[in-house]
Design a protein around this ligand. Structure first.
Ligand SMILES: C[S@@+](CC[C@H](N)C(=O)[O-])C[C@H]1O[C@@H](n2cnc3c(N)ncnc32)[C@H](O)[C@@H]1O
Length: 259
């Protein structure tokens, strides 16, 4: 699926104090600032509290922004269990072993946050500059929260294509685990219900190069590659997974190294 053309996206703010920040954001992303027209289907809105992506139109859902402190992630942080979580098992986290992780498809950082909460150092890579801005904004706000700041301190973010970033790693920088959660075409079609998925579908398309990303991940990981899939989806084209962890709606395909 084709990603949103940048002409359909515009930066706005309705707060006079945020004009300079909004203008700088527009410059960084090479997007227009102000003046919404009917050509625009999404706006990046700078408020005095946060950066949010808002879909326009009568049936549009509410704004999407990253919140590591409250909401679903706040709840999961407080009550969401520890090493018993499927993602923890898939990543091989156990007593005495906390892997280093590269999250090659950072998105809004939710999975990276869960892994960082479990103690992992997580290097996040995201190739959409817009998605990365939303994520960076969420990290900046979370750094102000005394409880969450120590988790955020284990997370770093870079804007790059992970296929290239992984291929360029030195021996020393190779992580124990490479985590991969590309957009799945079926998930893109079924995305009507979840506003975050609508966002990914619109901004980044269908991640058609997932097989090449898996190959790069298999070369870069020291111990395993973990691929998140919708439960019923076919595995990414390539070798058979060594282990599969199945949840209610999600599955983790694990490729042990050497595979
Ligand atoms: C389904 S989302 C990931 C959601 C994420 N796991 C979370 O918890 O928020 C997929 C993201 O991976 C990014 N992506 C896909 N292929 C990539 C690549 N080769 N390099 C970097 N980012 C990639 C997309 O831009 C998109 O933001």
């Amino acid at each position: 699926m084709a990603a949103l053309a940048s002409t359909q996206l515009i930066v706005i703010t309705d707060n006079d104090r945020c004009v300079s920040d909004a203008q700088q954001l527009a410059d960084r992303l090479q997007l227009p600032f102000g003046g919404v027209t009917t050509d625009h289907s999404f706006v990046l809105r700078v408020t005095d509290h946060q950066l949010e992506l808002v879909e326009l139109g009568p049936a549009a859902p509410g704004p999407v922004y990253v919140d590591f402190v409250e909401g679903t992630l706040g709840h999961r942080r407080r009550f969401g269990g520890g090493r018993g979580q499927l993602v923890a098992k898939a990543a091989g986290i156990k007593k005495g072993f906390i892997p280093t992780v590269i999250d090659a498809t950072a998105g809004l950082g939710r999975d990276a946050f869960v892994l960082a909460k479990l103690g992992c150092q997580v290097r996040m890579i995201e190739r959409s500059a817009v998605v990365a801005e939303l994520l960076r904004d969420g990290m900046r706000r979370a750094e102000q929260d005394s409880e969450v700041a120590e988790i955020i301190a284990r997370m770093s973010l870079e804007v790059a294509d992970a296929k290239e970033a992984l291929a360029g790693l030195t021996q020393e920088d190779r992580p124990d685990v490479v985590y991969v959660d590309p957009m799945h075409p079926e998930r893109a079609k079924a995305a009507r219900v979840k506003k975050e998925m609508r966002l990914f579908r619109a901004l980044v398309g269908g991640d058609e190069d997932d097989a090449a990303l898996l190959q790069a991940a298999l070369k870069a990981a020291r111990k395993r590659v973990v691929v998140k899939r919708p439960r019923k989806a076919v595995a990414i084209e390539g070798p058979e997974p060594s282990l599969v962890f199945e949840g209610k709606s999600t599955r983790f395909d694990v490729y042990l190294i050497p595979y």
